[in-house]
Design a binder for this molecule. Sequence first.
Ligand SMILES: C[S@@+](CC[C@H](N)C(=O)[O-])C[C@H]1O[C@@H](n2cnc3c(N)ncnc32)[C@H](O)[C@@H]1O
Length: 391
Amino acid sequence: MTPAARVAAAIEVLDAVIAGSPAEQALTRWARNSRYAGSKDRAALRDLVFDVLRQRRSALWCSGQVEESGRALMTGLLCQQPEGLTAFDGSRYGPVPLTSTETGALRDLATAPEIIHADLPDLLVSAFRDALGDDWLRTAKELRSRAAVHLRVNTLRASRDEAMSMLADEGIVTRQLGNVSTGLEVVENPRRIARSQAYSKGLVELQDASGQIATLAAGVSPGDAILDYCAGGGGKILALAAAAGGTGRFVAHDVDNARMRDLPARADRAGISVECVSGDAISGSFDCVFVDAPCSGSGTWRRAPEGKWLLTPDRLAAYPNLQLDILSKAARHLRPNGRLTYATCSLLPSENTEVVKTFLDRYPNFTCLNEELLSVTAQCDGFCFAHFVKN
Ligand SMILES: C[S@@+](CC[C@H](N)C(=O)[O-])C[C@H]1O[C@@H](n2cnc3c(N)ncnc32)[C@H](O)[C@@H]1O
């Protein structure tokens, strides 16, 4: 596909997203109907669509249009890039050329008000200001750019140097993450990872630095019984099991069994035995219970940018009660003197420190050992975790 044809495809996918389709579904549907597109085309299309979703508000502002459309958003994104608008060249599969009205409406982002640079809906501008003070705009701007690709080295399979060397043999260049002992940042050929030997043999897993920091900080030891109460795809339980040296009992639980679909294969690759359970089927008690709770996701909108546009005041207000309920249920599975971790990828105190405080008020037999908020940086997603001990 030509660059112009990719832009036309992105406009089509964005129109579907504006009409209410989740972006991943719209991309999959487009790929199914466009068999001529190769893997590079699909990847380039995905990048274009997600670039727009990270910068949805500023792209519309730059387009000068009032009403959102795929064409307005793509125009607003591309007009900020040198030669970006050359895609509107009238070629066979490209978008039709810009009209003089469209060209005349374009605006330079440098002249936009501060709020446009934040690329957040109004609801979140005030929440970010309240939560982050002077750091709110820097954080919001950081969430407008693509996230780095991070790997966690599975220390049960290899050292960090061995994993780097195996990846390099396949052309995947990495560098060590300074802030986490198991972490690598991929600097060349990230799209080769899923098919690489290092990945299929379980030497590395995709995991952001913040998730690695939180699991390493949980302080697990060999032989521990560990419960990951909101396991999802299982990234946390695999990291916790590796931190425990692979020996102990490792249980993954999720209210939605389907979320753990890929976990058995991931655990096999990693050389870790994980029990997957759902509903009330958790048996025994645990030295460590890890709660990676559902949340607004505000620390990870670089990776999942749709979330920031879909959040409503009602949904935001409902999270703390849900989080508290989950944390309380998870805590019942802890042994005396066991450690409980509460984690979210949210930056908002309502989902973090306020949940911790209410939990402690309700359960005086727990002590909070520490609470840490990781801010959004080039090297790290936003994440918050608190450790409790059961007295
Ligand atoms: C932030 S995600 C977990 C991500 C996962 N730990 C990982 O590392 O990939 C939150 C998970 O909590 C699950 N969840 C939601 N409500 C729950 C509940 N009441 N009990 C247990 N899990 C729940 C969701 O299905 C979702 O998989």
